[in-house]
Design a protein around this ligand. Structure first.
Ligand code: ACO
Length: 403
């Protein structure tokens, strides 16, 4: 067994907090989160108010620049974003190198890094605020284009150019689902639903991907590289990738005859790696306020879109069973934002592999705001310590040389 106290003495005074369960990495004035009470606020505005009264682009502005935009500021912000929705034509050729089976999160993170090759001025860490702002606008403008194009590529369909007469969400939906051969009628119910979902994902203080963005940025790597790091962190099943895994789990339960209790028992079994995806959260020890909004919205959206989905019934039953089970009660495991979002995404027609990409589009303003704040406060390079548990000094003698 490892004697931690001895190792600690050898390494000097080090605070051990694996997974940073109780370690603050920064001060921040962007997002307030009270996990015990289930409160989430951005720049002082409650998530409930923002989801009800603001648009996603407004929330993006709020997170990045610190205040709600005036009408003129919002207009200027939107037209700046519109001006930059196109990506360099050579990027279309890069798409052809990806197999159709490529996961769109991998494609997206690669292409976001690639953007730095097309905008090399972004590599200078000491650029003025105007130049930094241009990169921010480019990211907000181009990521929906790259995301939609990665889907088109997976389908073998032609990529559609952005239509800058349209709003942020409309434009993305058209590039996703439109075809050059026919008129694409944008369903306002779809636009409203996606806009709300993006708001609900916009920021969440020092989560795994935002912390990654700040860590990468702390070395003065470019904003593109930092955001690409965030996308990769989000991809994992314990973070943003959970929304894909929730639907896969619900489908598995459905295919297995809908035996809820069997899966509750599996999740409780310490010898079974199975976890109830979309349940539990590092910070929330109460209802995730975003999950509450999404759950309510799920019925409304499915109704509006005229979709019947058996997995929604399974999800509701699963939630009820878990909320009444000692195991989940004692560990304060509640549904998180991912539990119901996938059901809405699927009702909207998105394929499962695109779910985490939608999360990335929503989280982008939060990542940018976190990066901007950390750069403005000249946050020191992130460099945690460790306690070494490997071999002590030994002579370099190969096995065959040893007599
Ligand atoms: N199903 C069953 N048991 C769970 C679950 C779950 N979903 N989540 C946590 N537990 C149990 C753990 O086994 C552990 O039990 P133990 O004390 O008997 O060992 C206890 O609850 C604490 O769990 P930890 O893993 O220590 O908590 P942590 O804060 O490290 O993990 C996490 C949080 C990763 C979100 C976890 O709850 C999980 O894996 N959930 C499922 C994946 C998921 O939904 N991720 C999305 C999170 S939200 C987001 O990123 C947008």
């Amino acid at each position: 067994a490892i004697d931690i106290s001895k190792l600690r003495a050898q390494s000097g005074l080090i605070t051990m907090d694996v997974g940073f369960k109780n370690t603050g990495s920064t001060t921040s004035n962007i997002t307030f989160l009270d996990g015990e009470k289930g409160i989430l606020r951005h720049r002082g505005y409650s998530i409930e108010d923002l989801a009800e009264k603001a648009s996603f682009v407004e929330v993006a502005y709020l997170l990045i620049y610190g205040h709600l935009p005036s009408t003129e500021e919002l207009d200027a912000f939107q037209s700046e974003i519109r001006r930059h929705t196109l990506v360099h034509e050579n990027i279309k050729d890069i798409f052809q190198g990806f197999p159709a089976s490529a996961h769109p999160m991998g494609v997206l993170s690669s292409l976001v890094t690639t953007l730095s090759a097309f905008h090399p001025e972004s590599l200078d860490p000491h650029r003025d605020a105007e130049a930094v702002n241009l990169t921010i606008i480019r990211l907000l403008a181009k990521i929906p284009t790259l995301a939609a194009w990665s889907y088109k590529n997976s389908q073998g369909h032609p990529q559609l150019y952005p239509d800058n007469k349209l709003g942020y969400v409309e434009n993305f939906l058209k590039m996703m689902f439109g075809l050059p051969t026919e008129e694409y009628n944008i369903d306002p119910a779809l636009v409203e639903a996606l806009d709300k979902l993006l708001i609900l994902h916009a920021d969440h203080e020092q989560n795994c991907s935002a912390a990654t963005v700040r860590v990468v940025g702390s070395s003065e790597a470019s904003l593109y590289a930092s955001i690409s790091g965030g996308i990769n962190a989000l991809w994992g099943g314990l973070h943003g990738g959970a929304n894909q895994k929730v639907i896969e789990m619900l489908e598995m339960i459905k295919a297995d005859g809908g035996d809820i209790q069997k899966y509750i028992d599996k999740a409780k079994d310490p010898n079974d790696p199975f976890r109830l995806m979309g349940f539990g959260h590092r910070v929330y020890k109460n209802f995730d306020p975003r999950a509450k909004i999404i759950k309510k919205y799920c019925d409304v959206v499915l109704d509006k879109l005229g979709v019947q989905d058996q997995t929604l019934d399974i999800a509701k039953k699963l939630e009820e069973a878990a909320l009444n089970d000692e195991y989940f009660i004692n560990r304060k495991l509640f549904p998180n934002v991912d539990f119901y979002s996938g059901i809405i995404y699927r009702a909207m027609g998105f394929p499962v592999e695109m779910f985490t990409v939608l999360f990335a589009i929503g989280r982008l303003p939060g990542w940018i705001a976190q990066w901007k704040e950390s750069r403005e406060m000249k946050q020191a390079i992130s460099r945690p310590r460790q306690i070494y548990t490997g071999p002590a000094l030994r002579p370099l003698v190969r096995e065959e040389e040893a007599v």
